[in-house]
Design a protein around this ligand. Structure first.
Ligand code: FES
Length: 121
């Protein structure tokens, strides 16, 4: 049996986590597929290019995370861009150069690069 204080602490921690999630929902996220096939297709260079381009442009409010395999080897490296209140956009066969352009055109200028996108996966 937990004491009231312990329960209060747990509740506080849960509340912080919820707030953190809400804050993240209001931020742009870039998710790079780093499963085995993603890495062998060059996902590491893609991730590094994204981080470098964001840094160069002094963009610090974009969250960059990794995800595992989603069963679509032939489209790797995959990069999702999720902007608040917009549908997720998935770029396929991304390389370092495309990754930099995704930052410049989609993140900065809000232009989806349609020819590199696969709809709704
Ligand atoms: S190993 Fe290629 S999609 Fe998972």
């Amino acid at each position: 049996m937990k004491s009231i204080e312990e329960l209060e602490k747990i509740r506080e921690q849960a509340r912080e986590l919820i707030n953190l999630r809400k804050e993240n929902e209001n931020k742009t996220r870039i998710v790079v597929g780093m499963g085995t096939c993603g890495i062998s297709a060059g996902a590491r260079q893609v991730l590094l290019a994204i981080l470098d381009e964001l840094k160069k442009r002094n963009i610090s409010d974009v969250i960059v995370t990794e995800t595992g395999c989603i069963g679509m080897c032939r489209f790797e490296p995959l990069v999702d861009v999720i902007k608040p209140n917009q549908p997720k956009v998935t770029y396929v066969n991304v390389d370092a150069d495309k990754a930099r352009q995704i930052v410049a055109r989609h993140i900065v200028n809000n232009q989806v690069i349609d020819e590199w996108v696969i709809p709704n996966i």
